[in-house]
Design a protein around this ligand. Structure first.
Ligand SMILES: Cc1ncc(COP(=O)(O)O)c(C=O)c1O
Length: 369
């Protein structure tokens, strides 16, 4: 390659592979009517209030956004009962994950997380030449919090906990988080990634913003990409102590969230009805999907959120292509303990039925099922 030598750690970086866009599959296969169940989006669409706010803001597109996102941060602070200085916005919560790595880690510093968790943690850590320390999941594909606490060492700067976890769909309850935070104390910043928070209905599911308020060394990440239906606009946020937010702000690019994303998020935040109906829809369809998998004798990890990790009995690469030929995009998942696993997002009833029909063709139901 021309020019200066690219650092080894950059050359070695794995590239994030997103869920396949519908248009790409349509182009490749020359088919239409594709169902995408690969990226855990809201199948009902964006909050209508957010759409109206975006339309109303179009005439001001020649202006730069408010770089600090004051109005949205103020609304989020009020919503969560924290100070505005405790809120930071990102172009999706993924950007905050990357900012955290840039802000807190230098060469050979470590971040600890569960082996079967969100791939972006590893990518963010490797981008800054940090060390990713991964801890095997429990047999039920949950976070092994005692083992993660034991893996926190002198060089550990960050711990990422996905709750609920992507791609497994599992969660850890309040007592486990309490024990974990007591164990880790202030030795590392604990980042609880709650992208799917709004979907969970379990009474013991912890809201880690309570831990931020209690003065624990925690940053909570949330997003507008899931239940609010704004994945295309790229907007998420973090909540932590003011000094943690100030540190992350040092590495934030000046206009990291767009004006349209900010107005849409502000409107969506007020759209309680959209959140309620989307959550209700998800609960019903998740039960349907899992019930059908069970009936067909297909193994899966019980989920508390808007996707299901399915354990197929044959090669996931081939199955992925076979699903695609039938117009259904699922997400193949790899890595330790995830052989032949695929993640399937909860869609509309029609979309879920398309997946189940394709599944029926590819994996004939067990006799008697
Ligand atoms: C666990 C988890 N965290 C964060 C994100 C990032 O979401 P976004 O960058 O769209 O806010 C995702 C997206 O799939 C996720 O699964």
């Amino acid at each position: 390659m021309r020019g200066p030598k690219v650092p080894e750690y950059i050359r070695k970086l794995a590239v994030y592979v997103p869920g396949k866009p519908i248009e790409e599959v349509e182009r490749e296969l020359g088919v239409s009517d594709i169902v995408k169940l690969a990226s855990n989006e809201n199948p009902l669409g964006p909050s209508p209030k957010a759409v109206a706010a975006v339309k109303a803001a179009l005439p001001t597109l020649h202006r730069y956004p408010d770089g600090s996102g004051h109005a949205l941060r103020k609304a989020l602070a009020a919503r969560h009962g924290v100070d505005i200085e405790q809120v930071i916005l990102g172009a999706g919560s993924v950007e905050i994950i990357e900012m955290l790595a840039r802000a807190f880690m230098a060469d050979a510093d470590e971040a600890v997380f569960s082996q079967q968790s969100f791939v972006s943690y590893q990518l963010a850590v490797h981008q800054v030449n940090g060390r990713a320390v991964t801890v095997p999941a429990t047999p039920g594909r949950g976070h092994d919090l005692p083992a993660i606490a034991r893996a926190v060492g002198d060089r550990t700067k960050l711990v990422f906990l996905a709750n609920p976890c992507n791609p497994t769909g599992t969660y850890f309850p309040r007592p486990e988080l309490d024990r974990f935070l007591a164990e880790v104390g202030d030795r590392a910043l604990v980042v609880t990634d709650e992208a799917y928070h709004d979907y969970v209905t379990r009474p013991d599911y912890p809201d880690a913003i309570e831990d931020v308020k209690a003065g624990r060394h925690v940053m909570v990440l949330r997003t507008f990409s899931k239940v609010y239906g704004l994945a295309g606009l790229r907007i998420g946020y973090g909540i932590a102590a003011p000094d943690v937010v100030a540190t992350v702000n040092r590495v934030r690019s000046p206009f990291n969230t767009s004006s349209l994303a900010q107005v849409a998020a502000l409107a969506a935040l007020e759209d309680g009805e959209w959140v309620r109906s989307s959550r209700e829809h998800n609960l019903g369809e998740l039960a349907y999907l899992q019930g059908e998998l069970e009936r067909r004798g297909v193994a899966f990890t019980p989920s508390v959120t808007n996707f299901v990790l399915v354990e197929f009995s044959s090669d996931i690469g081939e199955l992925f292509l076979e699903f695609q030929k039938r117009g259904v995009i699922i997400r193949p998942v790899g890595g330790p303990g995830l052989v032949n696993c695929g993640r399937v997002s909860v869609g509309t009833r029609a979309e879920n039925d398309r997946f189940l029909a394709a599944l029926g063709e590819l994996l004939p139901a067990r006799a008697g099922a």
